[in-house]
Design a protein around this ligand. Structure first.
Ligand code: PXP
Length: 239
């Protein structure tokens, strides 16, 4: 099972001061040095974190895989076809949301998604659809020739009781099996963290996990001591 890192939050921090640091491209390169299998970024319609220049630089500089999360709008599809990520993950996008809130409704949007997939395929971009672990949605994804699905694990991540968690995991397990049977690649992500990840070891049919918030949040804490020490060293003429 491969692990991809979403670096959107690095861009959020950069944009908070309107400056150039921290740079999401540098973060991607450091993650590659640590062995990450690919980089995920979400180019949103409002460009609230990642911008087009970031995606172009990532395309040039990373040596792993670029997974571009995106809404299936005309503008973003055009950019994706031009930049050529290895994978375009189509997600629903709402302006007011803090993060992607749920999976795509493939059944209700079958014709527009089919057109988006065929345009991306014509430009050699493989496509994944971010959906709930729902068998009908998976069948619709296969019908319109998506290459992958990404199972939305947000409901699983938000479960409180063990019983709820077990039930949702079961839904995910069944969804993976069904998708594989239909010839789809299976990715998963959203809300995965250092507490709930272990259970995914047994879901070895998942091709790729996409994790952002937990890893970037942890990076702040594991790096903070060193950052403070480096500033003291500079103040005290030690470096
Ligand atoms: N997959 C998709 C489609 C997402 O929208 C996100 C959030 O950007 C993730 C995975 C990663 O979620 P998290 O940041 O909670 O790890």
């Amino acid at each position: 099972m491969k692990l991809l890192l979403n670096v959107d939050h690095i861009a959020t921090l950069r944009n908070a001061r309107g400056e150039t640091q921290p740079d999401p491209v540098t973060a991607a390169l450091i993650a590659e040095q640590a062995g990450i299998d690919g980089i995920v970024v979400h180019l949103r319609e409002d460009r609230r974190h990642i911008n087009e220049r970031d995606v172009r630089l990532l395309r040039e500089l990373i040596t792993t895989k670029l997974d571009l999360e995106m809404a299936a709008t005309e503008e973003i599809i055009k950019i994706a076809c031009d930049i050529g990520p290895e994978l375009a993950t189509l997600v629903p996008e709402k302006r007011q949301e803090l993060t992607t809130e749920g999976g795509l409704n493939v059944i209700d949007n079958i014709s527009s998604l089919k057109d988006a997939i065929s345009e991306l395929h014509n430009n050699d971009v493989a496509v994944s659809l971010f959906i709930e672990p729902d068998l009908k949605q998976i069948e619709a994804a296969a019908e319109i020739e998506s290459d992958f699905i990404e199972i939305h694990t947000g409901v699983f991540a938000n479960t409180i009781s063990e019983e709820e968690q077990f039930d949702e995991l079961d839904r995910i397990r069944i969804a993976i099996k069904h998708a594989k049977k239909l010839g789809l690649g299976v990715n998963a992500g959203h809300g995965l963290d250092y507490k709930n990840i272990k259970i995914f070891r047994e879901l070895s049919d998942i091709d790729e996990l996409s994790i952002g918030h937990a890893i970037i949040a942890r990076a702040v804490f594991v790096g903070l001591k060193q950052a403070v020490r480096e500033m003291f060293d500079l103040l005290n003429n030690k470096s």
